[in-house]
Design a protein around this ligand. Structure first.
Ligand code: TRP
Ligand code: SF4
Length: 408
């Protein structure tokens, strides 16, 4: 929630352009975005360069292009509001590539090889050659996306938490490498003396405990000590905080992951909904395909006959009811399933109606963007323009600290 008087936090999240979105994306990712945009300053972007890291081999320009637009259409039709949130395309903000390059200087190879998705995805996608520099660098590019906007909140699924953690480490390394004043150590040592003899002694004790044993309690105590000491200036306080943690000035801001609860959306075969399992219901899908698909969805395997009672907890159709149905309908399902007063065909009826109703209004909201690509492009161009301003602001800071702007 917003705290009155404080600027809203910056939120950043991205999605690879996989084409039209399905209900799993909608309930798991887009709905949380739509809620966040009313509370925070949100940046949502199409991670098209990230898509290339795995798709460079059988690349199709037209498929990529349509995937980008189709995904954007679904974001907009789902209520991601370009008037409130900033929507953009990664490759349109070339600063991402520049920051990616600079971050790569402070990122160790071993650390990247230990990111779980590196080995994990190579195993899942065995048909592709992912022993590339680009794929190894995937999370570094993601770090650049996040750090570029100085985002404090990054809504992601559980599988991405490791990437946000790496982003924090990279930000820290970068700040330490480039964010120290030239005479940092001398100034810090002078500042310690200003603390007074007793406090200087304590500070050194805490510093040692933290550096040698990673003692977090000592770190907290040191911070308290600095906070309550009025002998030192703000600058010195900042310096001494950084001195303990080996942090330079905050050029780049360490973000937090905001793990979006994986809402369980089953696909038409009862497995987790996924485009690659061929079991997805898309947000703009064919009506007949949906009705037929849901009608043939597996149910509680124990209900082999209409008169045999079932258990909703063992039924994927129930997971959809939990998302789509009102309390009253859900009650009707649980009671009717358990005492066999309703059959599975009855049970699926109101669900099909709800999904189709949702599709109808989604398609209506998508219509103006589908009909008029110029309009769609204009909306996205405005977002890109806003994003570029923030990106350039960060990069001009970064270039100053890295020093490259000093010999122009
Ligand atoms: N890696 C993310 C995914 O596969 C997409 C992504 C790229 C992203 N850059 C990001 C997500 C920055 C959050 C923040 O889902
Ligand atoms: Fe599933 Fe509904 Fe059939 Fe029960 S009645 S098994 S909840 S489809």
């Amino acid at each position: 929630m917003n705290v009155i008087g404080q600027p809203p936090s910056r939120v950043l999240s991205g999605m690879r352009p996989t084409g039209p979105l399905h209900l799993g994306h909608y309930h798991g990712v887009i709905k949380p975005w739509v809620q966040l945009q009313h509370v925070h300053d949100c940046y949502f972007f199409v991670a098209d360069w990230h898509a290339l890291t795995t798709e460079y081999e059988d690349f199709s320009e037209s498929r990529m292009r349509e995937n980008v637009w189709d995904m954007l259409i679904d974001w907009l039709a789902s209520g991601v509001d370009p008037e409130i949130a900033t929507i953009f395309i990664q490759s349109r903000i070339s600063q991402h590539a520049e920051l990616f390059l600079l971050l790569s200087m402070v990122t160790s190879l071993g650390r990247l090889e230990r990111v779980p998705s590196f080995k994990g995805q190579q195993e899942v996608l065995q048909d592709r050659n992912l022993s590339t520099f680009g794929f190894l660098g995937y999370p570094v590019l993601q770090s650049a996306d996040i750090l570029m906007y100085r985002a404090s909140i990054v809504p992601v699924g559980a599988d991405q938490v490791a990437h946000v953690e790496l982003t924090r480490e990279i930000a820290r390394s970068f700040n330490y490498a480039f964010g120290r004043e030239p005479d940092f150590q001398t100034k810090a040592e002078q500042a310690i003396k200003k603390l007074g003899r007793r406090n200087a002694g304590l500070y050194r004790k805490y510093q040692q405990a933290y550096t040698e044993r990673g003692d977090d309690e000592a770190l907290a105590k040191a911070k308290n000590l600095l906070e309550s000491n009025s002998n030192i200036s703000r600058g010195d306080r900042e310096r001494l905080r950084g001195y303990i943690e080996k942090r330079g000035r905050q050029i780049l801001v360490e973000p937090d992951a905001y793990v979006t609860e994986a809402s369980k959306v089953p696909g038409l075969d009862g497995q987790k909904m996924s485009k690659s399992y061929n079991n997805a219901i898309f947000l703009r899908d064919d009506e007949n395909r949906i009705s037929k698909g849901i009608r043939s969805m597996p149910t509680d395997p124990a209900r082999t006959h209409r008169h045999i009672p079932g258990d909703p907890e063992k039924c994927p159709v129930w997971d959809l009811h939990k998302i789509y149905s009102a309390e009253e309908t859900k009650k009707w399902v649980t009671i009717g399933c358990k005492d066999a007063s309703i059959g599975c065909v009855d049970c699926k009826g109101p669900l099909i109606d709800s999904v189709l109703a949702e599709q109808k209004s989604h398609k209506e909201r998508a219509e103006p963007y589908i009909k008029d690509r110029t309009y769609l492009k204009k909306v996205v161009a405005e977002g890109c323009e806003r994003a570029a301003v923030v990106a350039e602001d960060t990069m001009s800071d970064v270039r100053r600290y890295v020093g490259t702007s000093s010999y122009r």
